[in-house]
Structure formats: C-alpha cells, structure tokens
Design a binder for this molecule. Structure first.
Ligand code: PLP
Length: 354
C-alpha cells in the first residue's frame, strides 16, 4: 500500500527508540537499570493487589502525597506539595507531555538523553543541540551566548547527564533559569548524585524537574516517573495528560517503594561503591568520564565500541555501544553498574580480554 498520502510528512524520518539489547541468562548492563531489583514490599504489594486490576487506577493523589514528602525530605524544607507534582508513565511520558504543552524551539546539549530530540521530531518541532566540551562538560557561557539559545523557548538539561554521567553545576542551572525560558532539569539519576535543584522550585516559576523510579527504586518495568514544578505548570501538564497514564500496579509499587526508602538507599550505596571499583578498573585500560550515576561512559579506543561490545557479549555480558559521536574523537560505550556479583564477573572479563 502507498502510505505516503496518509502519513504526516516527517514521520518516516523519525528514528525509533532502540532499547538496550536483552538476552535471557546474560548479565545486562545496557539500560541503567538497578539489578538489585525492587523492595520486597513492592513484590508483595503487586502480588496482593493483582486481583484488583479490573479497576482503573485511582491512587494518583496518594502517590503524589508520598512523592512530595520524599522530595521534601531530600531538601529538608517543606516546599513541595501534591499540587507541584505530575505522574508519568515513566519520565519518558513526561518528556512527551512537555513537548505537547510548550512551544518550540527546544534546546539541549549533545550528547544527552536522546528522547528530547526524538520526541520533538515526532511532533515536527525544532530541537537545537549544542555540543558539550571535549570532556563532556557544559560550557555554560558558550551555551547561553549561542544564537540558538536566544531563540529557544524550552531548555532541556539532563543532570547527571545520560550517557556521559557528569552533572551541570548548580550555578549554571541558576544562570540558565534567569532567562525567560522554561527550563527542564532531568534528574533521572538524582539518587546516585544526591544533587538536586528541586528546592529551586520556590524561586523559579520556569523550572520543571523530572525524576523516575526506574533507576534507584528498581521499578523500570512498571514505568513510573514524576515531574515537579510550580503548580501553574503542573496544571497545564495535566490538561494534556492521558487518563489513567500510570497503571494500577505501578501506583501500588510506587507507594510500597516509598515506604521502603532504606532499601533503596542501601542499594544506591552499593551501586556507588561498585561504580567506584569499576571506574578504577576501567580507567587502567580506557579513558572514562567522571560519573555521578549508576553507569560509566567509556572511550574504549583503540578498540571500536562494536568490538568491545562483542567481546563482552561472547562472555554473556551486554553493555551499550554508542560508537562514534559527531564532533568527538572516541569510541564510546556506556556500562551500567550491576550488582556486586555481576561487577566481579565483568571485571574479570575486562581484565582477561583487553
Ligand atoms: C536521563 C533520563 N531521563 C529519562 C529516562 C526515562 O526514564 P523512565 O524509565 O522513567 O521513562 C531515562 C532512562 O534511561 C534517562 O536516562
């Protein structure tokens, strides 16, 4: 069939999102998941509530209440209420809601999380990318002096940044917030950095913080993300939010997860320890970039990313090959930090292979 007369003209140029490869019985370190898994409280809640899934989900308000307490506990201030929060089917969905809600042009840096640009493309909107420096850090002066920045209405700042692992300095985030633009700070990896700008919500009506329960809380498969912002912004986002976007069991899992923050914190500590050990080993052989996340970005040259990936794949370990990046010299691979046992196996393979 000739579809072109039906298709929106730009859709054939959109690239689908390619998830990290998954093979049964492999160690998968390709998608920045948390291999320690969810709290037992989550598993029990899902089991207990599975018979109730004939109902539409209705616990948004309770989830928002608990999230607001969680956010306030991280800042030590009582700034965030339910009305400052929106729930998403993963923070991926919130990125889509933002692009549905706010006008383009959008701007972010490169490399960064691919969904900002991809979703903009789906809606045929303009997304500008400004390269990070050679060490994958943001030169804020250059960023804000770029002509494209002047035109942009929404700025996407991923901090810590996926795939590079580094952060944007708080003073730079504040500099950007002082422009007349909507500023989205994606804190998907917040718990691994312990750095947040949620406390700035009170000072900046143009700030939106995105978070996810996919990483530190270990419930990626349930799709649970949230946005925090001024209540006016949250209202606009609710205008476009699909009904029942967060499913019944994801709501129960979020509630149970947030009742077991100690479990999450213990796992985050283990992952940070693992990250430091892995970083040391990798840095003996390759150039690595300082990470405040649950992954490490590595320049594996003189090997190609494909060679590195395939060598590990043969040993039943899956990492995420990025290959070359426009404007940068290396061959890049992103390695998620696994459990202590997984990391041991990875280290042994790396030491014996490269
Ligand atoms: C920076 C960043 N933002 C958002 C997401 C999406 O998170 P979620 O699984 O909640 O959709 C990811 C997932 O990898 C991410 O790295």
């Amino acid at each position: 069939m000739e579809y072109s007369k039906f298709l929106k003209t730009w859709i054939s140029d959109v690239s689908p999102y390619i998830p990290g490869k998954m093979s049964e019985n492999f160690i998968k370190l390709a998608s920045n998941e948390n291999d320690y898994g969810p709290s037992k409280k989550v598993i029990n809640a899902i089991k207990d509530k599975s018979g109730e899934v004939f109902r539409y989900p209705y616990k948004d308000e309770s989830v928002k209440e608990k999230i607001s307490k969680y956010c306030n506990s991280s800042t030590g201030k009582n700034l965030i209420g339910k009305e400052n929060i929106i729930l998403g089917n993963g923070s991926d969905e919130l990125i889509e809601l933002l692009i549905k809600t706010f006008r383009s042009p959008y701007i972010g840096f490169y490399p960064s999380f691919v969904e900002y640009k991809r979703v903009a493309k789906i809606f045929n909107e303009i997304y500008y990318e400004i390269p990070l420096n050679d060490y994958f850090c943001l030169d804020c002066g250059k960023f804000i002096n770029n002509k494209k920045f002047e035109k942009a209405k929404v700025v996407f700042l991923c901090s810590p940044n996926n795939p590079t692992g580094g952060i944007i300095e708080r003073k730079d985030i504040e500099k950007i917030l002082n422009f007349d633009k909507i500023v989205v700070v994606d804190e998907a990896y917040y718990e691994f950095s312990n750095l947040t700008c949620v406390d700035l919500i009170d000072n900046y009506e143009n700030l939106i913080v995105l978070r996810t329960m996919a990483k530190a809380f270990g419930i990626a498969g349930l799709r649970m993300g949230y946005g925090i912002a001024n209540k006016e912004i949250i209202k606009f986002l609710h205008n476009v939010k699909p009904p029942f976007n967060v499913n019944y069991l994801a709501q129960e899992a979020a509630l149970a997860s947030l009742d077991d923050n100690d479990f999450m914190k213990q796992n985050v500590e283990k992952i940070i320890k693992g990250r430091e050990i892995l970083s040391k080993i990798l840095s003996k052989k390759f150039k690595i970039f300082n990470s405040l996340t649950n992954f490490i970005f590595v320049d594996v040259s003189p090997y190609t990313a494909k060679e590195f990936f395939e060598a590990l794949y043969k040993k039943k370990i899956i990492v995420r090959p990025f290959g070359k990046l426009d404007g940068f010299k290396g061959e890049y691979v992103r390695v998620t930090v696994g459990t202590e046992d997984e990391n041991k196996i990875l280290i042994e393979v790396i030491e014996n292979t490269f």
